[in-house]
Design a protein around this ligand. Structure first.
Ligand code: ADP
Length: 407
């Protein structure tokens, strides 16, 4: 019997001035090629890429998204050849239209465009990537994988705000949630490593990067998540405040005469760990400063961990059973301190951490950090996220579903 040839997917994640890309082989965990085109539209635009241990970079002049994509195309083709079968695009917002990854045709493109009102910074950049890739790879299927799609399984009692109904029906104001690709990936990985069926299990997941969110996952489906209408809701993040009293807006406008733009900027870019510490949004820097007795850094870490624990405890309401809690993202994967300080507030969930295991699971090491004797208790897991791989897998699953429908 002949082996099926490797199936490769080019994964594209377009920001307003950058393109992250990865060439993913379905059958292996590492990337065949990955890189970043950054500062697009500026004089110092640059493409950096890595193939195994080989790192390279190239100046791109004033390249825009299309030109950057045209430069990386030959690199991808050389590496992938005939085995490249799809391009998978990260798309931030799918509104209520998309509950799973979908093949991008005219109708899907239009729906992504219509969701731009909900994600004015992200969806237009994602569309630039889609248009450039469609022009350059017209023969390949293009698939959109949405940050919001995983959370479309939330029940109404979790996604509706207590606001007048017309704001939901006419303005689409509801909780959407983000980071769905990551929460989905790490939950499947943790269930696999723990040996429990994903379809009959309950999980809490904490994605802690520059943006942070928690999620409750029952039987492989998101039942609630901490981000809402926008990624500002919920946890304390690098520069985002997370939850504040909604009356804060009118207070700041009245007492300081701040405009809506100014309030948006302060809450999204000057708050969170940066605002609390007065020092940095980078957790590594804050941990070092805390070691040296910096009061702002110490407070920022305490607030971050307490608010995270509070969110996880409340997410437990969405689950009928708890098999485990997962830490992921740059902070979740690397900071033994943040995990320990957070778990110290969560004894009511029956989670018992092992200090040595907690110290060992850093720098990409996956594993349980629960005490070995606590076999009946929910387990605590550290799982490095891999959103590019998840986007590739969902793209392939989407193609397979289309193929089955066609036969
Ligand atoms: P993004 O959301 O941009 O993908 P990451 O998932 O890379 O971000 O997470 C970035 C965060 O992870 C930063 O706050 C960074 O300080 C933190 N981080 C990375 N490594 C460590 C570490 N060894 N210890 C503590 N925090 C870390």
């Amino acid at each position: 019997m002949s082996e099926r040839p490797a199936r490769l997917v080019l994964v594209i994640n377009c920001g307003s001035s950058s393109i992250k890309f990865a060439l993913v082989d379905e059958s292996r965990p590492d990337f065949l090629l990955h890189g970043l085109a950054e500062r697009l539209g500026g004089e110092d635009a640059r493409l950096r890429w890595r193939q195994g241990d080989d790192k390279q970079s190239q100046a791109l002049g004033n390249a825009d998204h299309r030109q950057a994509m045209a430069t990386l195309l030959p690199l991808v083709e050389k590496q992938a050849g005939e085995q490249l079968i799809a391009v998978g695009h990260r798309v931030v917002h799918g509104g209520e239209d998309f509950t799973a990854a979908c093949r991008i045709d005219d109708a899907a493109r239009q729906a992504i465009e219509q969701a731009t009102a909900l994600a004015p910074l992200h969806n237009p950049a994602n569309l630039m990537g889609i248009d450039a890739a469609m022009a350059l790879f017209p023969q390949l299927p293009q698939i959109a994988v949405f940050d919001t799609a995983f959370h479309q399984s939330m029940p109404a009692h979790a996604y509706r705000y207590a606001l007048p109904e017309a704001l939901y029906t006419q303005q689409r104001v509801r909780r959407y949630g983000f980071h769905g690709t990551s929460h989905r990936y790490v939950t499947a990985e943790a269930a696999r490593m723990m040996g429990v069926p994903l379809s009959d299990s309950g999980w809490l997941s904490a994605h802690l990067g520059n943006g942070c969110s928690t999620c409750a996952i029952q039987n492989g489906e998101s039942r609630d998540t901490s981000m809402g209408f926008t990624p500002l809701e919920g946890l304390v993040m690098g520069t985002r405040s997370g939850d504040v009293d909604p009356n804060l807006h009118s207070f700041l406008a009245r007492t300081l005469d701040w405009s809506l733009e100014k309030i948006d900027t302060v809450l999204n870019r000057e708050s969170g760990l940066l605002g609390l510490s007065g020092l940095s949004n980078d957790m590594r820097e804050l941990e070092q400063a805390r070691e040296q007795g910096h009061a702002g850094a110490t407070l920022a870490i305490e607030v971050f961990c307490y608010r995270l624990a509070k969110s996880l405890a409340s997410m437990r309401c969405a689950l009928t059973r708890l098999d485990g809690l997962i830490f992921t993202g740059g902070i979740g994967e690397n900071s033994a301190l943040i995990r320990a300080r957070t778990l110290a507030h969560l004894s009511m969930l029956g989670l018992v951490m092992d200090d040595d295991a907690n110290r060992r699971c850093v720098g990409g090491v996956a594993g349980t950090i629960s005490q070995a004797a606590q076999t009946a208790a929910p387990q605590i897991w550290v799982v490095p996220t891999n959103e590019e791989r998840q986007i590739a897998l969902e793209s392939l699953a989407c193609l397979d579903t289309d193929d089955r429908a066609a036969h």
